[in-house]
Design a protein around this ligand. Structure first.
Ligand SMILES: C[S@@+](CC[C@H](N)C(=O)[O-])C[C@H]1O[C@@H](n2cnc3c(N)ncnc32)[C@H](O)[C@@H]1O
Length: 232
């Protein structure tokens, strides 16, 4: 996709490794992209009309970097009254999730195979989301790579602009150093306050399941921290 020059200079939170793209995943794109996929429209002058996209008006949850999509599939089935928007740059994960969604007959999910920062900026209208979830974002644990971390003051401000007042932001990580960074950046963010009902980072909220990355972290002896904040 052609991108404006300004985007080329941005520090990204990911490095695209296409990895293995199986025939099943290719088939997923051929068969299901028109049902579940959304292409970022570089010529659009207005945000996406989500009511038109989902064919209804409902609370909307956006998950950044859904990986293989285990959580999205689980949530969409568990909460049919809400719509779910998944954003993931890793193409095989998108294909895998589309196959799973189609097999399960789930219809309240739409997916972007694109950088979440650009999706939020260009496609998502201000105050249009009920919740944003970012589970186990890449930790970029080397000091010189810390600047690639997704959770930064400017990104939290962008999220605050897209989430409705009273809406929620839920972050989880298994890296102690990233957890500390998240806690500090959230504490300094003017638009987010701790959700009093979910104030203990050591307690996993009931709606979040244990995912592949989390299990790997636990096997390695990592802790897990959940941060649930409310848009003021
Ligand atoms: C460590 S994985 C965690 C996956 C999943 N949330 C889980 O818990 O199993 C982080 C994911 O975020 C994706 N990612 C990183 N930066 C992103 C961005 N700016 N936009 C969309 N996806 C991104 C990566 O491709 C990767 O799949």
């Amino acid at each position: 996709m052609d991108e404006p020059a300004s985007h080329e200079r941005r520090i990204r939170s990911f490095v695209l490794r296409q990895g293995r793209f199986t025939p099943a995943q290719q088939r997923a794109f051929d068969e299901h992209w028109t049902r579940y996929g959304i292409d970022v429209d570089p010529a659009a002058t207005a945000p996406r009309d989500l009511d038109a996209l989902f064919g209804r008006h409902a609370p909307r949850v956006l998950e950044v970097g859904f990986g293989n999509g285990e959580q999205l599939l689980h949530s969409a089935r568990a909460e049919p009254a809400r719509d779910f928007i998944g954003v993931e740059v890793h193409r095989p994960g998108v294909g895998r999730l589309m196959n799973a969604l189609a097999d399960a007959g789930v219809d309240n999910v739409r997916l972007y195979n694109h950088d979440a920062v650009e999706v939020l900026e260009r496609e998502i209208a201000p105050a249009s989301l009920a919740e944003v979830r970012i589970y186990f974002p890449d930790p970029w644990h080397k000091k010189r790579h810390n600047k690639r971390r997704l959770v930064q003051p400017a990104f939290l401000a962008l999220l605050a602009s897209r989430v409705q007042a009273g809406g929620r932001l839920h972050l989880a990580t298994d890296w102690a150093d990233y957890a500390e960074h998240m806690r500090d950046v959230l504490a300094a963010a003017p638009d987010w306050r701790v959700d009093a009902g979910h104030a203990d980072p050591a307690v996993r909220p009931p709606w979040r399941i244990e995912t592949h990355f989390e299990r790997r972290g636990l096997r390695l002896g990592h802790g897990v921290w959940d941060f649930v904040h409310v848009r003021t």
